[in-house]
Ligand binder design. Structure first.
Ligand code: 3PG
Length: 212
């Protein structure tokens, strides 16, 4: 694994962010860092994504900022220009994968089925998002699909919470989990930064129980 995957492993959790107002990006990034989770996947589900990534990467250097829900080369370019250090997509778009590889930015495409995993392998990718994790079959499915592909590792996202996080992290094919519960849109829109920090701290305690 290269450095970014090592960092994701060490952090253990990737907060998935849907942010409506880019002015919230800096206090949000600080709240995540204060809680011990210096990472954010800022999704291109809102128009604020570009500026939010820029605000975080320029003002909170300790956070590892990535872009999520990247569905086109255009969005990938914008994300990288804004400072995203990794790109995440819900599925595998070969054009987006090729673009990210051409500019040496790690891409984590969502893959579930053996066919999707083999497509990812054909691009030389072996760390993949597993989305939507719980809805697609959860940890049992993840374990079953990993069996033939000894070289792949996953970042499961979708339905991950404080309740099931430890179980996922115990499986040695899991680099980190992803989830929105640490910084929901409601928490962000209401500026509940202390609450974000508290939820992160509780999450860190759980990660430490499994990995130390
Ligand atoms: C994602 O975008 O990766 C998921 O929607 C996050 O899923 P969650 O809201 O169930 O954590």
């Amino acid at each position: 694994m290269n450095n970014i995957y090592d960092t994701l492993y060490q952090i253990g959790m990737v907060p998935v962010i849907k942010i409506d107002d880019a002015k919230d990006a800096i206090p949000l990034a600080k709240a995540l860092c204060d809680g011990g989770i210096p990472c954010a996947e800022v999704t291109f589900r809102t128009d604020a994504a570009y500026q939010a990534i820029k605000n975080m990467s320029e003002n909170v250097p300790e956070i590892l900022v990535g872009a999520g829900t990247v569905l086109s080369i255009e969005q990938a370019k914008l994300a990288i220009e804004a400072g995203a250090k990794f790109i995440v997509s819900p599925g595998l778009n070969p054009e987006v994968v090729k673009y990210c590889q051409s500019v040496n930015v790690p891409i984590l495409p969502g893959c579930i089925t053996p066919t999707e995993i083999e497509l990812a392998l054909s691009f030389g990718l072996n760390v993949l998002k597993f989305f939507p994790a719980e809805q697609a079959g959860g940890l049992d499915f993840t374990k079953a699909v990993c069996a033939p592909y000894t070289q792949i590792k996953f970042i499961p996202t979708g339905g991950i919470s404080e309740k099931n996080l430890e179980e996922y992290l115990k499986f040695d094919k899991i680099v980190a989990c992803g989830g929105s519960y640490m910084a929901t849109t409601d928490l962000i829109n209401n500026g509940k930064w202390d609450e974000v920090t508290e939820i992160c701290k509780k999450t860190v305690e759980k990660i430490k129980k499994v990995r130390n």
